[in-house]
Design a protein around this ligand. Structure first.
Ligand SMILES: [Zn+2]
Length: 180
């Protein structure tokens, strides 16, 4: 396969509701299905892209099959952000594993709700595509976290901790795990 330049980032998806082809100029674009008019959400696009990315690599022992929760969790917990958020919230009855799962689900709902923004790479099928996840409305994010852990006393320090955890600008482009 020739190395494709990112000039052609045009990409086809299939509508999860009716199966029609939805052609996008760039992955991540919001568009309704031309046939049934339903929205082709970013989460649906991500799901299809990951499956397509995995297809030619499925025999590789060095890779884990990616899924939407797998990728989203990797993005929001990167650079110690997951642990910082956990410590900031300090839920009484929830360990870090469960916390991570719950917040990952919240993040995924946030992408479609619009308070979290997922930026797609130019070439989502490249060897190491770089997705970027940003919380664009930290208040709505904090509200979501608050609902997950009603036992936490949501006074100001906790709110601040949440805001700081997601606003931390330690954004390294590398998402590959560095071996030490
Ligand atoms: Zn459709």
């Amino acid at each position: 396969m020739p190395a494709s330049k990112s000039v052609t980032s045009k990409i086809d998806f299939s509508c999860p509701h009716c199966g029609a082809t939805v052609a996008l100029a760039h992955a991540g674009e919001m568009k309704n299905c031309p046939s049934c008019r339903q929205k082709l959400t970013r989460v649906v696009q991500l799901d299809q892209l990951l499956a397509r990315w995995w297809e030619p690599r499925r025999w590789r022992a060095d890779l884990v099959k990616p899924s939407v929760p797998f990728l989203i969790e990797r993005l929001w917990t990167a650079n110690g952000q997951g642990v910082r958020l956990y410590e900031g919230v300090s839920p009484k009855y929830t360990n870090y594993d469960i916390f991570r799962n719950l917040v990952t689900r919240l993040m995924i709902s946030g992408i479609d709700a619009g308070w979290a923004e997922l930026v797609f790479p130019d070439d989502p099928l490249a060897e190491d595509p770089q997705y970027v996840l940003t919380i664009v409305d930290s208040e709505r994010f904090a509200e979501g976290v608050e609902k997950l852990f009603p036992e936490v006393d949501w006074d100001e320090p906790v709110q601040v901790a949440v805001a700081e955890a997601v606003a931390a600008p330690a954004k390294k482009a590398k998402s590959k795990s560095k071996k030490r």
